[in-house]
Design a binder for this molecule. Structure first.
Ligand code: PLP
Length: 393
């Protein structure tokens, strides 16, 4: 970084800083109240009481029962448990049929790779729903894809790469009509959108505390009472047998404090960030040649702007912005000198020469108008530099 300006963080979809009140709430559980929540003595009982309280707070925030909340080690684990837990339950109930899973080609790897492994190693049949040019699924395609042997549908609430929101509530209603368990990865949403499991018609929902101003290494899985589920991890009987392993009490307390913190900020921040985001999008589209918005123009996360630039290497652009002190992200990855476009962008029909130049700018509670102005000022020359380098190459 060569600038003397304060660094600008515009990668809130990757992670968020822990809010001071969240770290204060967690503090006692690293030291004085360090007990194992499974122990019977009073150290354990104090930890168990904190865990019960955290579960109740999260249940309440999601309009779920406390008993339907399972703490996990991260969002990836919550997604893994959801898909495997339901698939294994279906396999146990009907060992004769391979079973069929429906998901989308725009899921995070936590869902995509799990579904793929359930297909390749466990023999589940897999349908990837089509998405349109904005990355959205049509609920009618879900209805058409459901079969007698469908055991699970998984469609994310908000896409991490392009910010597009999916019609989860409608998809959930279709799944419920057909008696098929429905999971959504809602990991990108809670800091910016309200999440009520009843309104979304979901049976399973995954969250990750570090995306809403809580600590890393804590996930939440909502499992609606009565959903068929076989614990994919084996061990002790923690979390009512749904996720074995000594529970991270400080982390659970932090997740609960973070969900309360973000619920208080959410509506005002979503309105403020939508304005900033739209100004950013209009500014970029007006000032940079050969650029397109990726994802849905309006049905997208309030904090999320994403673009593709023709004939630009995404990693070079990211590094050019980093030199200017601005942290963003790209969907393309360069493995062994060979740039690879994001499969999400390709699934949306974006041509390879555009998809290689993807840029994600995600705003957060601490983002200021001045930071957006600086990005708008710096970006055209960074794109020009990265484009010149990629054309030379
Ligand atoms: N799902 C989505 C949509 C995400 O954005 C992420 C993280 O980027 C994950 C899953 C994984 O969450 P975690 O980092 O807590 O494992």
């Amino acid at each position: 970084m060569s600038t003397t300006r304060r660094p600008i963080y515009l990668d809130y979809s990757a992670t968020t800083p822990v809010a001071p009140e969240v770290s204060a709430a967690m503090q006692p559980y690293w030291s004085d109240l360090f007990g194992n929540a499974s122990s019977l003595h009073h150290f354990g009982r104090d930890a168990a009481a904190a865990l019960d309280e955290a579960r109740a707070v999260i249940g309440c925030a999601l309009d779920a029962r406390a008993g339907e909340i399972v703490f996990t080690g991260c969002g990836t684990e919550a997604d893994n448990l959801a898909l495997r837990g339901v698939a294994f339950a279906a396999r146990r109930a009907n060992s004769g049929s391979p079973g069929h899973i429906i998901t989308t080609p725009v899921e995070h790897h936590a869902v995509e790779a799990t579904a793929r492994q359930l297909h390749t190693l466990f023999g589940f049949d897999l349908t990837l729903l089509p998405v349109d040019g904005c990355g959205q699924v049509n609920p009618d395609d879900v209805r058409r894809a459901i079969r007698r042997d469908t055991v699970l549908v998984s469609v994310m609430l908000a896409n991490n790469e392009v910010g597009t929101l999916q019609p989860v509530s409608e998809i959930g209603a279709i799944c419920r009509e057909h008696g098929v368990p429905f999971h959504t990865d809602a990991i990108q949403a809670p800091a910016y959108l309200p999440i009520h499991v009843g309104e979304l018609n979901v049976d399973l929902l995954a969250l990750s505390a570090h995306k809403f101003y809580g600590p890393k290494g804590v996930g939440v899985l909502y499992i609606r009472e009565g959903t068929p589920y076989v614990p994919p991890m084996t061990g002790g009987g923690h979390e009512r047998g749904r996720r074995p392993g000594t529970v991270n009490v400080a982390g659970a307390v932090g997740a609960a404090a973070a969900i309360q913190y973000s619920a208080r900020q959410r509506d005002a921040q979503a309105a403020r960030l939508t304005r900033l985001r739209d100004r950013l999008i209009q500014g970029v589209l007006a000032s940079v040649p050969d650029v397109r918005l990726s994802g849905h123009p309006t049905e997208r996360l309030p904090n999320h702007a994403s673009f593709v630039f023709k004939h630009v290497d995404g990693e070079s652009l990211l590094m050019a912005l980093d030199v200017e002190g601005i942290a963003v992200s790209t969907g393309s990855a360069c493995t062994s000198g060979n740039p690879e476009p994001s499969s999400v962008l390709l699934a949306m029909g974006i041509p390879r020469e555009w998809a290689l130049g993807s840029l994600r700018v995600t705003l957060g509670y601490h983002t200021t108008e001045e930071e957006i102005n600086i990005l708008l000022d710096v970006l055209p020359r960074c794109v020009a530099r990265a484009r010149a380098a990629s054309l030379e190459f």
